[in-house]
Design a protein around this ligand. Structure first.
Ligand code: PAZ
Length: 310
C-alpha cells in the first residue's frame, strides 16, 4: 500500500501554488498556536467532491454529488465553538456563512432604486448582514483559512501538506473529513494529454483505485491528531456495518455514518464507545444536524485531549 501511495504522489502534477499555500498554512498555525490566542484547537474540515480528470489538458472529468453543505455548516459550528478552521473545499461548492443566501446572491439580493444607487433588497438584508459580519470576523480573528481544490490530485496533496504542518499541534488538532473523495481515477501517466476524440465510437476507460490515504494519515502524517471520517451509503441496511468496518480498519476516532437521502436529518456517530444517533431538531425550522453533531464531536475531542495528557 505504501508503494501505491508513493507512486500516486510521485506521478501527480505538482500543486501550482504550493509555496504560497505552505506560507499561509504556517502563518495560520503559528497565530493560532500562540499563547496570545490561548493555543486554540485547529480543525481541518474537508468539503465537497473531488473531480477525476480524463485528459491532462482537462476538458472532461468525472464528478460526484457532494454540495459542500456539510463541510460549510460544520465549519461555522467549529468556529462558534472556538476552533480555528482550515477549510479545504471544492471550488464552487457551499461556503461557510452563505448557506442561507439565494443561489445567485449577487443578482437576487441587490436592487437599484435609481441609476446611481445599489442596495440590498429588504427581504435579504438580515441574511447578507450576518453572512458578511460572521465571515469577516472569522477571517479577521484568524479563525478561518480557506483553501480550494478541484481534482483528486490537488485534494490529496493538500491534505498531506496540511497534516504535515499540523503535526506539532498534536492532540489539539483534528481532521474532520467530510469531503466525498473519488474511489477511482485515471493515473496521470496513463492519461491522454489532449482532448479525447469523439469520432471513433464508444469510449473505454480503465479506472485505477485511488490508494486509501486514511491509514497513512493516522499512522504517519498526523498520528496524534483526533481524526473523524465519514461513511456514505445509499443502502441504509449496510451503512452501520460498513462504518464499523472503517472504524476498525483505519483506526480513526469516530466514523460519521450517513445515508444519501437523509444526510441533512440524521448522522450516526460510530465509535468504540458505541453508536449515537444525532438528529436535526425537527420542531425548530432553523435547526441543522451539524449544531448537535459538532457539539458532540467537540466534547469527544476534549475527552481525547484529557486522556492524551493523563
Ligand atoms: O456535501 P454534502 O453536504 O452534499 O454531503 C455530505 C457528505 C454526504 C458528502 C458527507 O456527509 C460524507 O458522507 N462524506 C464522505 C462521503 C464518502 O463516503 O466518501
Amino acid at each position: 500500500m505504501e508503494d501505491e501511495i508513493s507512486s500516486f504522489f510521485e506521478s501527480s502534477p505538482p500543486l501550482k501554488n504550493m509555496k504560497e499555500t505552505t506560507e499561509n498554512l504556517n502563518q495560520f498555525i503559528e497565530l493560532n498556536s500562540s499563547s496570545s490566542q490561548g493555543g486554540r484547537r485547529i480543525v481541518c474540515v474537508t468539503s465537497g467532491g473531488t473531480t477525476v480528470p480524463l485528459e491532462q489538458r482537462c476538458v472532461r472529468y468525472i464528478d460526484n454529488f457532494s454540495s459542500g453543505n456539510r463541510g460549510a455548516a460544520s465549519t461555522e459550528n467549529f468556529v462558534k465553538a472556538g476552533y480555528a478552521v482550515i477549510f479545504l473545499y471544492r471550488r464552487g461548492t457551499f461556503q461557510p456563512y452563505c448557506r442561507s443566501l439565494p443561489d445567485d446572491p449577487f443578482l437576487e439580493c441587490f436592487e437599484y432604486p435609481d441609476k446611481t444607487n445599489i442596495q440590498v433588497h429588504k427581504s435579504h438584508v438580515e441574511a447578507v448582514k450576518m453572512a458578511v459580519m460572521d465571515q469577516q470576523a472569522a477571517v479577521a480573528e484568524g479563525r478561518l483559512l480557506k483553501l480550494p481544490f478541484s481534482t483528486i490530485y490537488e485534494y490529496l496533496q493538500m491534505l498531506r501538506l496540511i497534516a504535515m504542518v499540523l503535526k506539532d499541534v498534536g492532540p489539539y488538532s483534528m481532521f474532520y473529513l467530510a469531503a466525498a473523495v473519488s474511489d477511482f481515477y485515471v493515473p496521470w501517466d496513463s492519461m491522454t494529454e489532449h482532448k479525447i476524440e469523439s469520432g471513433s465510437g464508444p469510449l473505454d476507460i480503465r479506472l485505477a483505485q485511488v490508494p486509501k490515504m486514511l491509514s497513512i494519515l493516522r499512522s504517519n502524517w498526523a498520528p496524534k491528531a483526533f481524526c473523524i471520517s465519514f461513511k456514505l451509503e445509499t443502502d441504509s441496511k449496510i451503512l452501520i456495518e460498513k462504518a464499523t468496518k472503517a472504524l476498525q480498519k483505519y483506526k480513526v476516532h469516530a466514523v460519521l455514518a450517513n445515508e444519501l437521502s437523509t444526510r441533512k436529518e440524521e448522522v450516526v456517530v460510530v465509535s468504540s464507545s458505541g453508536n449515537v444517533v444525532v438528529r436535526r431538531e425537527c420542531d425548530k425550522p432553523e435547526s441543522i444536524v451539524e449544531d448537535n453533531l459538532i457539539r458532540l464531536i467537540v466534547d469527544r475531542h476534549s475527552t481525547y485531549i484529557k486522556e492524551y495528557h493523563s
